[in-house]
Design a protein around this ligand. Structure first.
Ligand SMILES: Cc1cc2nc3c(=O)[nH]c(=O)nc-3n(C[C@H](O)[C@H](O)[C@H](O)COP(=O)(O)OP(=O)(O)OC[C@H]3O[C@@H](n4cnc5c(N)ncnc54)[C@H](O)[C@@H]3O)c2cc1C
Length: 509
């Protein structure tokens, strides 16, 4: 628990990670006299992608007491009920499922899903498709908003889509108004003290900046944590094949329904995202450069998106997948791409930014090596658990149309934890919850998410032949009826946004 915060913090980097860091640190420590300054460079561009979130971002805005009506219209934001995963299988009846943001509202139907799926694992003829058991899946199917005026017996979880540049700008203006300092300059040299701490930053305009604590938000360049402190780095490249991405915007027709979900469709050598904003769609292809060239990937993405992206510019990016071993090393905390990156299949990067900061604020105390080690171990276990969950998507694919999908199924590239999870799942009566607990795999994704993934990808060893005898499955018809009734109380996503945006709906920026 914090007693005395640092007197001064310099955050190097003004991307989303930099301004999220400034916002949370100012909120936690600003009133205790901690002076926070963000330094960023107009010479070095931000990554400029990252438009999807998990429900963690809802908590971020709640913590800062920022209302949706305040930030969403300024960031062209929409609601997100979850992610759909079409075309990840060669079998057409099993080639799509929805990963919902479930909440305690789903407790009863979620239990039914797990019960029925366990029966299916044993070979009984039961409905085990995840799309039939979660409120958000039904809302997504009908393009409804996850918000309602009716009283629910639980708190609804949901995420957002947003324009990343506008979100960064919004957080920057807000933080500056609250007293966070801002310098536009480029760090050209970093000087160390004799005890291996960062002492001073020299900048292009001749500034000499000193601070007690530095936050490295310099993106993939990892200027402080990597280039200066040489912090050990664990690559995820063996397990995750994708190392490149292309982003292309496309027009959105607001006379049509606006989907409240991200689509992550499998393509020949990776997958394509489609993210609805109020002003446009964001599209992208995350792919392996060993399996497809940038030119072919761009052509495939353009064909996938269709005419709505004609004439739109493409942005090509490389991605470094992995993480540092120590996110908090000496007097540097790395946050964002500088601390590591797992490819964006489940849009987890900003959630990791938030976890890192929340955990750091809770565990910060000066010169306490034990706290520092505990903090680093915790962040590492969260990132490793996310990485295993993402890798499982690839490992479980059943596509046969390209070398890429066959390479992605290589069990040798899975961590020992992921191998244990698959082994237990494949055993008809294996206890999945137990193995997830034993392997610390619940640090990022809870049991229902693992069931959705394994069942949604159709991973069943037993052919479904056994009729139900003494075993009782929960009736899927009653669950469908329940959801079809409940969803009528949720407005259409577009209506909800129109009400929230007011006049701005007609003139998006
Ligand atoms: C293809 C792709 C898709 C993604 N999709 C998602 C998603 O859906 N959801 C999600 O949560 N995340 C996503 N991400 C990740 C997300 O984009 C980043 O986590 C987020 O933008 C934060 O980036 P950042 O602030 O760490 O780095 P950047 O945006 O790169 O910012 C780096 C900053 O450091 C500054 N800087 C660097 N060097 C210096 C220097 N020497 N002196 C001064 N300043 C310096 C730069 O000027 C810049 O301001 C995606 C990433 C990729 C590659």
């Amino acid at each position: 628990m914090i007693t005395t915060p640092p007197k001064e913090i310099i955050i190097v980097g003004g991307g989303t990670a930099g301004w999220m860091s400034a916002s949370l640190l100012q909120h936690a420590w600003g009133h205790l006299g901690c002076k926070i300054t963000v330094l960023d460079s107009v010479e070095i561009p931000k990554i400029g992608v990252g438009e999807g979130s998990t429900p963690a971002l809802k908590r971020f805005f709640e913590t800062l007491a920022i209302d949706e009506s305040e930030w969403m219209p300024k960031c062209n934001a929409t609601y997100k009920c979850g992610i759909s995963f079409p075309n990840w299988a060669s079998n057409s009846s099993k080639n799509s499922y929805f990963h919902p943001f479930y909440s305690n509202i789903d407790l009863k139907t979620g239990k039914a899903f797990i019960h029925n799926t366990d029966l299916r694992r044993q070979g009984f003829l039961v409905d085990e498709h995840p799309d039939n058991y979660w409120l958000q899946s039904f809302l997504a199917k009908e393009n409804r908003s996850p918000k309602t005026n009716i009283q629910l017996n639980g708190v609804m979880e949901y995420g957002y889509h947003f324009d990343s540049a506008l979100l960064g700008e919004y957080l920057k203006n807000r933080a500056k108004n609250l007293g966070v300092g801002h310098l536009s300059d480029t760090v050209t040299q970093v000087n160390m003290s004799s005890c291996n701490q960062i002492k001073q930053l020299l900048t292009a305009s001749g500034r000499k900046l000193e601070s007690e604590l530095f936050i490295d938000c310099t993106g993939f360049s990892a200027l402080l944590i990597g280039k200066t402190l040489n912090t050990a780095y664990k690559s995820y490249a063996d397990g995750l094949l994708n190392d490149s991405a292309i982003a292309i915007p496309s027009s959105i027709d607001c006379s049509k329904p606006i989907p409240p979900f991200t689509e992550s469709a499998a393509l020949t050598a990776g997958w394509a995202w489609k993210i609805p904003l109020s002003s446009r769609y964001g599209n992208g292809y995350v792919y392996s450069s060993k399996h497809i060239s940038p030119e072919d990937a761009e052509a495939e993405l353009r064909a996938h998106v269709g005419v709505s992206c004609e004439g739109m510019p493409a942005k090509h990016l490389s991605m470094r997948l992995g993480r540092v071993e120590k996110h908090w090393n000496e007097n540097v905390l790395a946050v964002g791409l500088s601390q590591g990156f797992i490819e964006p299949l489940e849009a987890t990067a900003l959630m990791s930014v938030q976890f890192t900061l929340e955990e750091f604020i809770n565990s910060y105390s000066r010169n306490n090596q034990i706290q520092q080690n505990l903090f680093n171990n915790k962040v590492n276990s969260i990132l490793d658990a996310i990485k295993d969950y993402i890798q499982a998507h690839y490992f479980l694919n059943t596509r046969t149309d390209s070398q890429y999908w066959s390479d992605a199924r290589n069990i040798d590239n899975c961590s020992s934890k992921l191998k244990q999870i698959i082994d237990v799942w494949d055993h008809p009566t294996g206890d999945l919850e137990q193995v997830l607990t034993n392997t610390n795999s619940l640090a990022a994704y809870l049991t229902p998410s693992w069931y959705c993934l394994l069942a949604g990808k159709g991973r069943f060893n037993q052919v479904a032949m056994k009729p139900l005898s003494n075993e009782k499955a929960v009736s899927i018809e009653s669950i469908k009826h329940y959801f079809n009734t409940v969803t009528q109380h949720f407005p259409l996503h577009k209506q909800q946004l129109q009400a929230l945006y007011g006049q701005k709906w007609e003139k998006p920026s």
